[in-house]
Design a protein. Structure first.
Length: 74
């Protein structure tokens, strides 16, 4: 992210506001449904040529955990 001058907070703000980035329509719809059921949220952002970052939020009753991943790390 540093190499592409993309501050992590920029993507987190997009993710938290419901901007899922470059997802297929079906995945975006799953996110919208997950907002009602405390399910997992996935966002996908292109931050540079050939570089994509995923943000995944696992939502629970007591806490939410968001992780930044390269798709190859999943």
């Amino acid at each position: 992210m540093e190499e592409h001058h993309c501050p992590p907070i920029t993507l987190l703000v997009r993710h938290l506001s419901g901007d899922w980035g470059s997802l297929p329509v079906e995945d975006a719809q799953m996110n919208d449904m997950a907002l009602q059921s405390e399910g997992r949220l996935l966002s996908s952002y292109t931050i540079g040529p050939g570089t994509r970052i995923w943000l995944i939020t696992d939502r629970g009753e007591d806490e939410n955990i968001t992780t930044y991943l390269l798709p190859s790390e999943y």
